[in-house]
Design a protein around this ligand. Structure first.
Ligand SMILES: [Zn+2]
Length: 447
């Protein structure tokens, strides 16, 4: 039987009206559950003077308050083990995962059996959208512990009928051995690792990465694979199609995922999550239209343990389209970074990933590795923004290259930067998530 284009065609190609009807019914049911089972939301609703009858249709959701990560963290600290936002009995929780803790301590998330099944189905659909098919052999070069990109991904890849090979991080030798022995054709990892591993394979095994035969690289956990110049370099290095996914442990491990058209990540789990894009300052819900930029906000539509209402992700996204050649009807976006990573130079917002995109565009004269150096805590940065970038072996006139990069940053990002070019291999490489900002002020010695 020929493999289908979709894992769940009915949902993935449904009309806007069909999805709206489905989400409306599911949200009503989820709210019934919250009003009865969640002490956390009962208190929030009381404080906002909201009753169940205030929700009649999807449009009413905007009357309901946001939920922030800080609230969940406080709830967990004050009411251990999992906070008063858990709405299921502890006895019914079969697993605990956690967010990766980019800011502060990791927060734990419980899953009931039903929640775990939803995660598996949703995440499998995301990989399928990215082109995973039986009998792919997938090297998992990422953590398997509390990380939501670990065990839930294992469940999803196995559910889709592909072979899952758990390598973990910091194990490039094992990854290389497994690829060669099993003739693996796919890999799941962060884009930072895909770049690191390509360099490692060249240096340590003296093999060109593309000779290893990987054809599909599924990336996640950080922006990168969707940054045009970064993707182009990864694809050239590996001879593979690189796609990306976006989600989180608080909702569903992968909620948005890119199809082989590579024109942005589709929202493709609409029966489990309701997605909004809001203005980060005013909190106003924005229309889902091409070009709209804002913060992603999620509402659970089918969750037993930790159903969340209007959860602010701090992910800054741009809508890239509402149609696609693949036939999926879920809108498409790209994540430009975490709101917490955003820098402000003379009132202009700059995401470190955008700087990396500009510098990577100078490949093969640059390696694409950068670091923005902050002398004072952000987000405000006094111009010129200090950027350290690695030149590559193909660079000959470093003075001209530096001037060109500074000019391009000014033209594309409208901020002044001073670029310091350093030798290839000088900047740190990361096997998990990359660090594009160096907080130089943290190492300052007090006088
Ligand atoms: Zn598509």
């Amino acid at each position: 039987m020929a493999a289908s284009e979709y894992l769940d065609e009915r949902i993935e190609t449904a009309t806007h009206e069909e999805i709206q009807k489905l989400q409306d019914a599911r949200l009503a049911k989820q709210l019934d559950y919250l009003f009865v089972r969640s002490v956390f939301y009962q208190e929030k609703f009381r404080a906002a003077d909201l009753r169940r009858e205030h929700y009649r249709c999807l449009g009413d959701l905007q009357r309901f308050p946001f939920t922030t990560k800080e609230e969940l963290r406080e709830s967990q600290a004050a009411f251990p083990p999992l906070g008063k936002h858990i709405a299921a009995d502890l006895d019914d929780i079969i697993r605990v995962q956690s967010s990766t803790g980019t800011t502060g301590k990791p927060s734990f998330v419980g899953l009931t059996r039903r929640d775990a099944e939803v995660w598996t189905k949703a995440t499998a659909r995301s990989f399928y959208t990215q082109g995973l098919r039986k009998p792919d052999i997938v090297i998992h070069a990422a953590g398997l512990t509390l990380f939501a990109g670990g065990l839930p991904v294992k469940d999803a890849i196995e559910f889709a009928g592909a072979m899952f090979v758990p390598i973990g991080t910091g194990a490039s030798e094992k990854a290389l051995y497994a690829i060669q022995l099993l003739k693996a054709n796919a890999m799941h990892c962060t884009p930072s690792y895909a770049a690191y591993f390509a360099d490692w394979v060249r240096r340590e095994a003296e093999i060109e990465p593309r000779e290893l035969g990987l054809k599909k690289i599924f990336c996640g956990a950080e922006p990168g694979a969707g940054i045009p110049a970064v993707r182009a370099k990864l694809q050239a290095d590996w001879g593979a199609r690189v796609t990306e996914g976006l989600g989180n442990a608080d909702m569903v491990p992968i909620i948005f995922s890119e199809c082989p058209d590579q024109s942005g990540m589709h929202f493709n789990v609409p029966e489990y999550v309701f997605a909004e894009i809001v203005d980060p300052e005013s909190g106003e819900s924005l229309p889902i239209e091409t070009g709209v930029t804002g913060e992603l906000v999620y509402t659970s539509l089918e969750r037993e343990c930790v159903p969340l209402l209007r959860f602010r992700t701090r992910d800054r996204v741009t809508v890239l389209g509402t149609e696609c050649r693949c036939g999926r009807t879920g809108f498409k976006l790209r994540c430009v970074g975490r709101m917490d990573d955003m820098l402000i130079v003379l009132g202009v917002n700059v995401f470190p990933s955008a700087v990396k995109d500009v510098v990577s565009g100078f490949h093969p004269q640059t390696t694409g590795e950068i670091q923005i150096v902050l002398d004072e805590p952000g987000p405000k940065v006094a111009p010129p923004m200090k950027v350290v970038a690695e030149y590559a072996d193909a660079a000959c006139d470093l003075t001209a290259l530096r001037t060109e990069i500074e000019r391009k940053i000014k033209a594309v990002l409208t901020v002044s930067a001073s670029v310091n070019l350093v030798a290839p291999g000088t900047l740190p490489r990361y096997e998990m998530k990359g660090q594009l900002v160096k907080k130089a002020y943290e190492n300052k010695v007090a006088v």
